[in-house]
Write a protein that binds this ligand. Structure first.
Ligand code: RAT
Ligand code: ZN
Length: 439
């Protein structure tokens, strides 16, 4: 086919590719339809959440009062309500939810991403958002069982699996892990190591001793490293985690002869290699910038990514999943992604999980890394949030894909809907599986 014929072909009525007999994308409308179809119907693996399967009992949060008291909304209510920190924390959850509803939804319009998320969620559940009737919403959840609700949410959000955040030192989780039955297999584990790595000298080593590991607070003996490796092995065997993870402050350094560097080099990196369990680094959080806000009081900061480059270069046989909390670091991270195949960039984390920033980051990643990224995770803490977080993100991912596909179609590239489906499948889970299972 000549170039001219090919251009005519895109505009014309015949739309079957000679090579593979798949319908070709011909018009801007075809493209939009094919991308929206793929993005809205394909199910996603959500690689970082704070959700739990039913055997974890009260750790699995769901329902309108949990949605309203999400820590993202708690940070916002203090900006508008005439309430002091101690007054707020003295309230029951029901009262806090009512204050947040009244302040952020009735006395003000719910336009922040966290507020808008509640409106999207209620709508996705078929509730009448126009009524603004909190009691009706409460009644809906009161009539539902958690198992039924999990099915409803997974189905409507088109999520096939979620990865939990599992703390081996959390006494609320331990009995479930020891029972060997974590129930619903759609919930997979991630071995979270914040306590071990970030607070080893303060509390981490004591926790380990409490569990029968012979460790010292200064990491001064080879025995201690061996014991920590034994601890990690035990938990990897118990949880079968998809990855190990830690959140780190913006000033994290590597190499480092302090606790972090010694734990990395002598315990975590060797175990991560040996068991082929990648290490996820979530870099850029400043914990407790305002302690009065409790869990809502963390902030973000720009990191020096030289440390990340060193880590990737010096540990080529280790796999790292990385997400960053500062907008200013995102472009640099993409450049690093071009240099190291042992890095998989994932998600728009926390303060990055807002439409304007997701759009910018997604575009930047595709331009620098093509489709070899995991564009999003939800970070959902409340089951219902899967509905809004994925709905909002899918829309942006679709818009960016349409724009990018259009640029190559404009100059004569051909594309089928099957190829679009393949690409979306990689973004929504294929890349994650391949990164975990490959060499
Ligand atoms: O996004 C959040 O809910 C944060 O509070 C954090 O949990 C963060 O995602 C983390 O995993 O540390
Ligand atoms: Zn998180």
């Amino acid at each position: 086919m000549t170039k001219q014929e090919s251009h005519d072909f895109r505009r014309g009525s015949i739309n079957v590719s000679e090579s593979n007999h798949m319908p070709k994308i011909e018009t801007a409308d075809d493209l939009k339809t094919a991308v929206l179809d793929a993005v809205n119907t394909q199910s996603v693996t959500d690689i970082h959440t704070h959700l739990f399967s039913p055997p974890f009992g009260e750790l699995l949060l769901w329902g309108i009062d949990e949605l309203l008291t999400y820590h993202y909304l708690i940070a916002e209510v203090f900006r508008n309500a005439d309430v002091s920190y101690p007054q707020f924390w003295a309230m029951s959850k029901t009262e806090q939810a009512e204050l947040i509803w009244q302040t952020l939804f009735i006395e003000n319009s719910p336009l922040s991403e966290a507020c808008r998320g509640i409106v999207t969620t209620l709508d996705a559940l078929g509730l009448d958002v126009g009524s603004r009737n909190l009691q009706d919403y409460r009644d809906y959840f009161a009539d539902t069982t958690v198992e039924a609700f999990i099915d409803t949410v997974f189905e409507r959000a088109k999520v096939s699996k979620v990865v939990m955040t599992n703390d081996p030192f959390d006494s609320a989780e331990t009995p479930v892990w020891q029972s060997g039955d974590t129930g619903d297999t759609r919930f997979e584990a991630a071995l979270r190591m914040d306590v071990l790595i970030n607070t080893y000298e303060e509390v981490g080593y004591e926790h380990l001793r409490g569990l029968g590991y012979d460790v010292d607070p200064n990491l001064s003996t080879g025995k201690t490293y061996k014991e920590i490796r034994r601890f990690l092995e035990t938990w990897i065997q118990r949880m079968n985690p998809r990855y190990m993870a830690v959140s780190l402050p913006p000033d994290f350094q590597y190499p480092d002869d302090g606790v972090l560097g010694r734990l990395f080099d002598n315990c975590i990196l060797p175990i991560s290699r040996e068991f082929n369990v990648p290490f996820a680094l979530m870099i850029g959080v400043k914990r407790a910038v305002n302690p009065q806000l409790q869990m809502a009081g963390d902030g973000s900061g720009k990191a020096d990514l030289t440390s990340l480059e060193t880590l990737l270069r010096e540990n080529p046989d280790n796999k790292f999943l990385v997400t960053l909390l500062s907008r200013e670091n995102q472009h640099e991270l993409c450049v690093i992604g071009r240099k190291f195949k042992n890095l998989m960039i994932f998600g728009c984390w926390w303060f990055m999980n807002n439409p304007s920033v997701i759009e910018e980051i997604t575009r930047e990643r595709i331009e620098l890394l093509g489709l070899s990224v995991i564009p999003q995770h939800s970070d959902a803490r409340i089951l219902d949030q899967l509905l809004y977080k994925w709905k909002h993100s899918r829309r942006i991912i679709a818009d960016v894909l349409v724009e990018k596909y259009q640029t190559v179609l404009d100059v004569g590239w051909t594309l089928t809907s099957a190829e679009i489906e393949r690409d979306v499948n990689n973004l929504f889970g294929g890349n994650f599986d391949r990164f975990l299972n490959g060499n």
